[in-house]
Design a protein around this ligand. Structure first.
Ligand SMILES: CC(=O)SCCNC(=O)CCNC(=O)[C@H](O)C(C)(C)COP(=O)(O)OP(=O)(O)OC[C@H]1O[C@@H](n2cnc3c(N)ncnc32)[C@H](O)[C@@H]1OP(=O)(O)O
Ligand SMILES: CC(=O)C(=O)O
Length: 539
């Protein structure tokens, strides 16, 4: 017996335009992504919260995980999205009613089915090994069978644009066969991702005019044009866009959902998401990246950490007057924010704006701002980098503003020793001698490396005076050799990220010796952490 289709989501958006997400099907085809059922359910929830109209959950029957996903997804309280099952048209020489793969689509209980169909005659001959007529019958028969069982059907025409270029008559016959049998949308796929926007636009325009069918677009990103191709198709009359979160997908990926919906909402003025959803876009993009276990791309349009980060001094000076002068939208519209980067490309305006971001009003004090700019440039020439070490920059700025270094302890000396035994084991030990609140502190620590030993000695020595240090955790540690050609004598830059459970901050150290560079970054990290905890400098 066939599972009845689950009812449509109660708050599905306007049917005039479809945003169709295929992260759980095509996105999962990306090398390096391995989703569990729980991962798929978590991503589906994020996409439903975001308000896409359709979520393609996978291919029921192709593997136990996708079958199980649909079993569990049926029970979810969908707010916005319709759940979609993906599968192929029936096999040649049989009927849709007899095809177990088509039956699995019905058994999934999904109210909508996307069928992948061949639309390039060369693929019909070589991959399906059947006749062009039988392929048309496979499409029509499968669509009708699913429609008779009460499912809404979309047909993905694989290799449509290549097929149209080789044999337009046959490609159009496929569209007519699908639409004529009752498919709601016929989706033109740039499966090999080789198209450019002008080709997509011209082809979609002709297909819309010649067939009268409702047309969708599915663009792979092999030319880096998937988003542009998707929008070109919309310009030509497509009213259904297939995309994936963060552009995940087979080979180099698919049209990225986020720039596509942002363009539709903000540039085309189409309402494709529920009210308020666009503001959640940056959060949703990052949350999905967490679930798939990939670091969010910092340079992704709209949602990347760098999407509204400004480095050049000239840009900052104009932004100071009006942020619109160097931003195409207000970042808050998509839940992102503007950031100023301070580096050796900064001018006064960059420092003033960064100061404002950090809560310091530097405006009007030209000397002070000039001193900070000069110190940043001088330090960056030695190898420091402040755009990646906000906390070290804030300490530098604070020192200049207050006229004294904010310190909680004063170094007398440190020493780190690594012993290698005959059996290869390494012993790492460090000693620090410090002054804190007028007392001399001598402490030792052991660790799995000399920097870890130094970190433990420093914490051990200070934790009685500053119990707040117990909350600090080393989150990331990066080393970069700056003057590569000097080999082991090169200058070394260390970047440390530290967290306290509520936030994270990064600090930098530069020296000829990796441990000395690490010490500087650690000293800044602890100083900043104690300032964050609300303590006043004591030294
Ligand atoms: C462009 C896209 O990305 S489409 C999405 C593709 N996604 C996937 O392939 C992921 C899931 N796939 C799978 O798990 C497996 O490939 C399965 C379960 C679907 C099929 O596995 P198998 O039965 O072992 O077949 P196999 O993968 O070797 O070949 C696919 C078969 O489907 C046929 N086929 C391909 N496209 C279509 C189509 N549009 N309509 C009908 N049959 C099709 C092929 O001709 C081939 O048939 P054959 O077995 O008679 O040679
Ligand atoms: C259907 C699909 O994923 C493609 O043609 O690329």
């Amino acid at each position: 017996m066939t599972t009845p289709a689950t009812p449509a989501a109660p708050d599905a958006p306007d049917d005039g335009f479809h945003v169709f997400d295929t992260t759980l099907r095509d996105g999962a085809q990306r090398e390096g992504i391995h989703l569990t059922v729980a991962d798929k359910l978590a991503i589906a929830r994020h996409l439903d919260d975001f308000g896409v109209g359709f979520i393609e959950g996978g291919w029921p029957g192709a593997n136990p995980r996708d079958t199980e996903f649909f079993r569990r997804a049926r029970e979810l309280p969908w707010r916005h999205a319709h759940l979609v099952a993906f599968g192929a048209t029936r096999k040649a020489g049989t009927t849709a009613a007899e095809d177990p793969q088509v039956q699995a689509l019905l058994d999934s209980g999904a109210p909508v089915v996307t069928l992948v169909a061949k639309s390039h005659d060369k693929h019909v001959e070589l991959a399906l090994r059947t006749t062009p007529e039988e392929n048309l019958a496979m499409i029509a028969d499968t669509v009708r069978h699913l429609r008779a069982a009460g499912r809404r059907v979309f047909v993905d025409c694989e290799h449509f644009f290549d097929g149209y270029a080789d044999n337009p008559g046959y490609a159009l016959d496929v569209v007519r066969a699908a639409a004529g049998a009752g498919a709601d949308v016929v989706v033109l796929c740039d499966t090999n991702g080789g198209m450019l926007p002008a080709q997509v636009q011209a082809t979609v325009r002709t297909v819309v005019a010649d067939t009268g069918a409702r047309i969708g677009i599915h663009a792979q990103d092999d030319t880096g044009c998937a988003v542009a191709n998707t929008l070109a198709a919309v310009d030509a009359g497509a009213t259904h866009v297939q995309c994936t979160a963060n552009g995940y997908g087979e080979r180099v990926g698919n049209a990225n959902l986020f720039p596509v919906v942002a363009a539709l909402e903000l540039k085309y003025g189409k309402r494709v998401l529920p009210p308020g959803a666009l503001k959640e876009m940056t959060r949703i993009s990052h949350a999905i990246a967490e679930v798939v276990n990939l670091t969010p791309s910092t340079h992704q349009p709209y949602v990347g950490l760098s999407a509204f980060a400004h480095k050049a001094g000239l840009h900052a000076s104009a932004i100071k007057v009006d942020p619109d002068l160097y931003q195409h939208i207000d970042p808050e519209l998509v839940g992102n924010s503007m950031r100023m980067l301070v580096s050796d490309m900064a001018g006064r305006a960059s420092v003033e704006l960064k100061g404002r971001e950090l809560g310091y009003d530097l405006e009007g004090d030209r000397d002070l701002v000039g001193r900070i700019v000069a110190r940043v440039k001088e330090q960056e020439a030695k190898g420091y980098t402040y755009e990646a070490a906000d906390a070290s920059f804030e300490l530098l700025l604070r020192d200049e503003v207050t006229g004294r270094a904010a310190r909680f302890f004063r170094l007398e000396s440190w020493r780190a020793i690594t012993d290698q035994r005959a059996d290869g084991t390494l012993d790492n030990e460090a000693t620090v001698k410090l002054w804190a609140k007028g007392e001399r502190v001598v402490a030792t620590g052991e660790g799995n490396g000399p920097v870890n030993a130094l970190d433990r000695a420093l914490r051990g020595g200070l934790e009685r005076t500053f119990p707040e240090l117990a909350r600090l955790q080393l989150v990331d540690y990066k080393v970069r050799i700056l003057a590569g050609r000097a080999g082991t004598q090169s200058t070394t830059r260390v970047l440390i990220t530290t967290g306290d459970g509520e936030g994270e901050w990064s600090t930098v150290g530069v020296a000829d010796n990796v441990i000395a560079a690490s010490w500087q970054a650690l000293e800044d990290a602890y100083t900043y952490g104690l300032l964050r905890a609300g303590l006043r400098p004591t030294e």
